[in-house]
Every structure is written in C-alpha cells, then in structure tokens.
Ligand binder design. Structure first.
Ligand code: C2E
Ligand code: CA
Ligand code: CA
Length: 691
C-alpha cells in the first residue's frame, strides 16, 4: 500500500465500504483485499493474500473470457465486465468488476486494482426474467407444433430442440422424451446420465411416457427451477395426444363402418377415385365387385339382429381373406359389400376372385352354436371397358349383381355379356378338367432342342395338350391357369412327370437315344411339399436317372421365398436334376440368383427371338444374355426360332442351341419318332440350303 498515492488510498477506503477491493501484482497474486471482499467471498484476508483470483473461479466463464481480460489489462487498459464467482462455501455470486492497471514511476504496470460491486441480486432477477422469456418462447413454439403437426416423432424431436434452446446453458443440459413407442433425445444424451429431473406424461390419466432433463455439469445450475416448466410441457403433450386420438376416432367413424370396421361407402368412393387415377396412368385394369348376401334378411328376421351383426362381421373377415393386400373391401350398407381389385391382368381374373368369394361365403357360419347358410350374388364391372369413373363402375356392378340374383343366386355375373360367356366357358372347362385327368384326355407333345453345329438332339421339351372330346386339341395356355385355380395343377403336374418319364423309358427300351427331357413346372407345383417325393418315386419306378431330367421354372418362382426355394433346389440338385429358367428376360432384372442357385440353362424368351431381325435392341439384349451366360458357365437356348434369318442372327450372337418351328413343332410321340428317324436327311437339306 505504501506505493499508492495518498489520495488514492483515501478514495479506495471510501468506496471500499460499498465495493470489493483488491490489489494484485503483475502476476495476478493478491496483495491486498478489503473487508467487503472477505465478507462476500467468505475467505479471510490471510486466506486470500498470496493467492490469485483463480481461487474464486466458478467455472461459469470460458477460458477466452480471462484471456481477453489479461490481454486488455496487460496493455494498460481498463477492463470492465460482470463476473460470476464462487465463494468459499461453493455458492455463486455475481460482481460488476473493473480492473485498473496501475503504473509505477517508470511508467510500467506493476499493480492491478480491482473494484467489484456485488450485483448477485440484480443478476438473479435478470436471469429469472431471461429464463421466463425463454420458457414462454419455447412453450409458444411447442404449442405451435402441437397445433399443426400430427406426427409424434416429429413433435418430440422438435420439442427436444425447443427445450434445449430454452435452457440458459444449452451445452450443459441433455434431454430425453419418451411417449408410447416413440423416443427423442438431444444429441448429447447418453444412458449413463443420472443427475437430472423428470416428469411423467399422462394420457387419459395413465402414465404413458416421461420427459427427462439432465445437467452435464454437476451442480452448475439448479434444474429444480425448471421442474414446473417441464411439467407444463408434459401436460400439454399428454393433452395433445388425447385430442389427437379423439380426432382419429371421429375420422374413423366418418370413414369406416362401425360394425365391421371396413371402409364405408364414402371412403370407398375416395379409394376408387385414387385407384382409377393410378390405373388410368398405368393403363391397367381394375374390377369392382358388388356383393349382395343371399338370404341375409331371413336370418336377420328369424335369428335376431345380434346374430345378423355377427354374421356380417364374419362375412367381412372372409372377404378380407379372399383378396390381396392392395385390394379394398368396403361395406356399402346393409348386406352389401364392395370389393375393388386393383391392377388385374385380365378381366377374367376378377371371375376367379368372385368364385373364391362364393366358395368362402357358401361355407356354414357357426354363430351361437348354430350353423347358418347364406351365400351371395356378385356383379362385376371392369375399368375401363364398363365405365371410366367410380359411380358408373359401381352402378354397372350393381346391375350385374341383379343379373346374378335373377339367374339363380350364388353366382357371379360380369356387366359385359361377352365376359360372361368367356367366364361360363371357363367354368365348364374347369369342371371338365377333372374328367380330362381321369379319362386319359391329357396327352404329351414333345419339341426337340438342337445344338449346333451338327444339329445334335440335345433335349425334348414336354408340352401338355388336352384332347377335349368336343373341342379337338386344347392348348396349355387355355387350361393351365384354370387348373391352378381349380386346385388341379398338382395332380395334373404329377401326371405329366410320370407320363414323361415312362415315355423316356420306353424310348430307351426301343433304343431311341433321347439325352434329356425338359418338364415345365408351375409355381404352385414347385412350392408343393410333395414335389420332391413324387419325382424320386417316379425316378425309382422307371429307373431314369436325374441327369436326364431338366425342370423348367420361371424367374418369379426363385424370387418368392428364398429359404424354401433354396431348400427345394438343393434337393433337386442332389438328385442330379438340371434346372432351366424359362422365358428368361421377361421377369426379374437382378440376376444374382443365377449363381446362387446354380442354374444350368437359360431359355431366351420367344419375344426377343421374334423381333431379333427387326429390332436391334433385342439383338443387343440377346448378345448380352449369351455373354453373361457363358461367363457364368450356363447353357443358353433360344426359343421360338421360326426363320433362317433369326437362326443366323442368333448364331452371330454366340447362341448355339435352338428350339422352334423352324426345326420342329411340338409333336405327339408317333410323329416325333418319325421326325427323329428322318431328321438327319431333313436337317442336312436345310443346312445345305443355309450354306
Ligand atoms: P413354354 O414353356 O414357353 O413353351 C414353349 C411354347 O412355345 C410352347 O407352347 C410351344 O408350342 C411354343 N413354341 C415352340 N416353338 C415355337 C415357335 O417357333 N413359334 C411359336 N410362336 N411358338 C413356339 P405351348 O405348347 O402352347 O405351351 C405354352 C405354355 O404352357 C408353355 O410355355 C408352358 O409355360 C406351359 N406348359 C406347357 N406344358 C406344361 C406342363 O406340362 N406343365 C406346366 N405347368 N406348364 C406347361
Ligand atoms: Ca418351357
Ligand atoms: Ca418358354
């Protein structure tokens, strides 16, 4: 003190009554501290002298805060800021701080005089106001979200951001909000945090989640002060959810039938319009099925409404079982239901679904220990043929339904007469298929596959025919689909396998050398559990080896259910059976399955071969397919070769195995034998012509 001028000392003593005064040397070491300083900091003079101000550091300010201070005063300038300090008991206090560098006679700084005024009370008030302001701003943002958003995840994520923004020191707090199955956290949240506060979120008086706030710096600020704040948020969030659920319920009531929970006629109208817009763009077809239950009124009158209601509910369930996920079942009212089938391949497919529905509803309904029988009548209209908008399609399906009722109930009718005729023919054919199998009307034709350069017989593809008593020969495309739909494809497929292997054996016994036969499998057959058993039985019975059999399947089968497919293919491979991909190039564009499943042969689809001479992209595709197959060590066969031009181009693309009318049509056994006998001379003539 002795170096201080007298006036200064007097001055310091005067203001020292109000302010905290200290003097430090150039290195910051405290040389003097007044009474007020000791009172506020809680330290005695002895404890302070010789220390530097770091003893008071609260951790509140960043390092740069002090770097800035030192660089200012070291330059001889006065520094003035508000500082948060910590007293001896650990309590924080705020001082308005002025540091004056004092120079000695030589003009060099050798002391720092600090004058501090205790502003804790004012600071706390200001912080309180700031906190209130931030909180109310945060609540405002949250309320805005709750009023406009309907997605819980978005709301919670926004909420986390708003809450963190409202806290005085965002870096030092983490938050986590959990409601029902949705959780949102701030970036700095970890499961190990435990120093915090929380509040439960109630929905309809049940705790369904919680909001948690954690302090990352222990005792840095008092989270209990924001307890009210987070409780307000949790309360509003819970109320929002209650309101939303109520709204959803009302919306569902307006769009769904209360009894069956199916879409009602209003929602159906919407869905139909949407589907129509899509089908219009994609040029696809759609079917509207109008379903009216056949004896519902009688049951309702005799058994009572309660039974009637149960029956309608069960009907709704059965209808849902008959359709795909992308289709819609709606209740039109009373005992009327509407089914919308989106993007169907052909109008007659709607007939298959209608038949499925008829079969499902004809089964007895067991209600209150009683078997009840109803059945239904179905009218079908097709987009775009029978109408281009929802109301016309509905009207026409309704008209068709009346025709179905008139013609004896429990059946379906298309709005278009020709479709009724085709559907009727199909129905008849379906019934006759059973006879076909059991009365030996099915026959096998065979079509050779030749390999270049010497037109060697590589294989015979087995093609099924139906010698219908009135209709001459029915081609597989007209009945395979029906057989699948009628549940006949398995016995028919088994017949093909057995008959083909027996034929091969007969040829072997006659000394006719047939290296291999190729049998077509439908998807249902491939997935059938009994396939492997059936094939091994036939092989054992005929003595044919697996190597002489190739199975032709389509790409779509392989993509279906990887696990099952892989298992079946492994079993077939173990029997030595070869696998061909039929109609290759028309289905899937990811060929990874080729390697994975060890496919032996690809059969290039006829559509590529047909246009090979006129469409250069088809030629390019075939060339690429051949190159890929060669690369993978897979054989390739071109199907449907009809002209010499096509053959020539195929040869140029690197393909050397062929099947098609150019060589030989599918033939019944006798004709085929004759063909094979003459083939050397026939084909050599062709080769001569070609060269
Ligand atoms: P696919 O497996 O693609 O059989 C080849 C079809 O192309 C056969 O028709 C054959 O007669 C025809 N074809 C052969 N060469 C030519 C040609 O040069 N030009 C033209 N335009 N066509 C040619 P098909 O016999 O009518 O058989 C049609 C489809 O029916 C077969 O197509 C196959 O998917 C299926 N199919 C045939 N038999 C069976 C069977 O036993 N079981 C199963 N599940 N499906 C079979
Ligand atoms: Ca085939
Ligand atoms: Ca084919």
């Amino acid at each position: 003190m002795k170096t201080l001028a007298r006036e200064l000392e007097a001055y310091i003593n005067a203001i020292g009554k109000l302010a905290l005064i200290s003097i430090a040397d150039r290195s910051g070491k405290i040389l003097h501290a007044n009474e007020k300083f000791c009172e506020i900091s809680g330290y005695s003079k002895e404890e302070l002298i010789g220390q530097d101000h770091r003893i008071l550091n609260s951790g509140y300010h960043s390092k740069t805060f002090f770097v800035d201070m030192w660089s200012t005063i070291a330059k001889g300038q006065i520094w003035h800021k508000e500082i948060c300090n910590r007293n001896k008991n650990g309590k924080l206090y705020w001082v308005d701080s002025t540091i004056v560098p004092l120079k000695n006679e030589r003009g060099l700084i050798d002391r720092y005089l600090s004058v501090r005024v205790d502003i804790t009370e004012r600071k706390q008030q200001a912080l309180q106001m700031d906190k209130k302001l931030k909180e109310s701003n945060c609540l405002h943002l949250i309320r805005q979200d709750l009023a406009t958003q309907s997605n819980l995840e978005i709301i919670l994520n926004h909420m986390v951001r708003h809450i963190i923004g409202a806290i005085h020191k965002p870096k030092f707090v983490a938050t986590r909000i959990e409601l029902l199955d949705t959780v949102a956290t701030s970036e700095n949240y970890t499961d190990t945090l435990n120093n915090g506060i929380s509040t439960k979120i109630f929905i309809d008086e049940k705790a369904c989640g919680q909001l948690q706030l954690f302090s990352l710096k222990r005792d840095f600020f008092d989270l209990t002060k924001v307890q009210d704040f987070i409780e307000t948020i949790a309360y509003e969030l819970g109320k929002w959810h209650e309101r939303k659920e109520a709204e959803d319920r009302i919306l569902k009531m307006a769009t769904h039938d209360a009894l069956t929970q199916l879409p009602n006629r209003h929602l159906l109208q919407d869905r139909l319009e949407q589907a129509l817009a899509l089908d219009n763009r994609l040029h696809s077809k759609m079917a509207v099925l109008f379903i009216d239950l056949d004896h519902f009124k009688t049951i309702n009158d005799t058994e009572g409404h309660e039974v009637g209601d149960k029956l309608l509910k069960e009907t709704a369930n059965r209808l849902l079982q008959c359709i795909r996920q992308e289709d819609t079942v709606a209740r039109q009212g009373g005992d009327e239901f509407i089914v919308v089938l989106n993007q169907i391949k052909a109008p007659l497919d709607a007939g298959f679904v209608a038949q499925k529905i008829l079969n499902a509803l004809i089964q007895p309904f067991f209600i209150q220990n009683k078997a009840l029988y109803i059945g239904c009548s179905i009218g079908i209209s097709i987009f775009p043929e029978d109408g281009k908008n929802a109301s016309v399609l509905l009207k026409h399906s309704d008209i068709a339904m009346y025709h179905a009722k008139e013609s004896g109930r429990n059946n379906f009718k298309f709005f278009t007469q020709e479709l009724n005729i085709s559907a009727c023919k199909q129905q008849i054919l379906k019934k006759e298929l059973y006879d076909a199998l059991h009365q030996s009307q099915l026959a096998l034709y065979f079509q050779p596959v030749f390999s270049m350069p010497n037109y060697e017989l590589k294989c015979l593809e087995v093609l099924l025919r139906w010698n219908h008593p009135d209709k001459k020969l029915v081609m597989p495309q007209q009945f395979i689909c029906l057989a699948e739909d009628a549940g006949m494809i398995i016995p028919i497929g088994e017949w093909v396998i057995e008959a083909a292997c027996k034929q091969l054996k007969a040829w072997q016994e006659y000394g006719i050398d047939i290296p291999q036969i190729a049998i077509n499998l439908s998807a249902k057959q491939f997935k059938d559990d009994s396939l492997i058993k059936k094939i091994s039985e036939v092989l054992a019975e005929t003595g044919i080896s697996g190597q002489q059999i190739a199975l032709e399947i389509t790409e779509s089968i392989l993509i279906d259910d990887f696990g099952i497919v892989e298992k079946t293919l492994k079993q077939l491979k173990a029997m030595g059976i070869k696998l061909s991909i039929d109609d290759f190039g028309t289905g899937y564009s990811n060929f990874s399955y080729l390697k994975r499943f060890q496919i032996d042969t690809l059969k290039i689809d006829r559509s590529f071969v047909r246009d090979i001479s006129t469409n250069s992209s088809d030629l390019a595709i075939i060339t690429a397919m051949v190159a890929m197959a060669k690369n993978l060590g897979i054989d390739i066969i071109a199907e449907g070769v009809e002209t010499q031009d096509q053959l020539e181009l195929l040869r140029q693309s690197g393909c050397y195995q062929f099947q098609g009318y150019f060589f030989c049509e599918p033939l019944p056994v006798n004709n085929l034998e004759q063909f094979l006998e003459n083939r050397i001379s026939q084909l050599s003539k062709k080769i001569v012509r070609m060269n």
